[in-house]
Design a binder for this molecule. Structure first.
Ligand code: HEC
Length: 125
């Protein structure tokens, strides 16, 4: 038999989960952990992986982390550009359209998922 206290705990957990599912930033964090963390870190001062650390990426100039060795394609495309929502959306849809010859072998074809990922990246400051 389920005790009332247990039932209340179950209800509280269910409501917390439902809330997390609706929050774009929480969903973006989950998508980012699942899809990007194999190559990128997101915390301040964390080491680079196969790709550069992405803390503070929104508002930062392209290819500007001095501790990361960017590809020639990435450096050539950087000139004066800054990562904003629009450029990140283009990058995540098709990195080659932003920086031909770059070395990131990943794309996200679903616009809603890209928006959630970008919403999470915006919080990393
Ligand atoms: C298979 C590894 C891999 C995955 C997965 C990956 N990336 Fe990357 N990413 C890279 C590499 C490598 C670079 C550097 C590219 C270069 O120098 O040509 C990069 C560069 C970037 C940059 C440019 C950084 C800068 O300093 O200008 C952003 C932004 C970025 N990735 C975001 C993401 C996001 C968000 C995801 C997940 C949705 C993701 N990446 C998934 C490997 C990856």
């Amino acid at each position: 038999m389920i005790r009332i206290a247990n039932l209340l705990t179950i209800l509280a957990l269910a409501s917390a989960t439902a809330h997390a599912q609706q929050d774009p930033v929480a969903l973006g964090k989950k998508l980012t952990t699942n899809n990007c963390a194999v190559c990128h870190t997101f915390g301040k001062g964390e080491p680079n992986g196969q790709g550069p650390n992405l803390f503070g990426i929104v508002g930062k100039p392209l290819a500007s982390d001095p501790s990361f060795k960017y590809s020639a394609g990435m450096k050539a495309a950087a000139a004066g550009k800054v990562w904003d929502d629009k450029l990140l959306d283009a990058w995540l849809s098709d990195t080659q359209s932003v920086a031909p010859g770059n070395a990131m072998t990943y794309f996200e074809g679903d616009e809603a998922r890209r928006q959630k990922i970008i919403a999470y990246l915006r919080t990393l400051h």
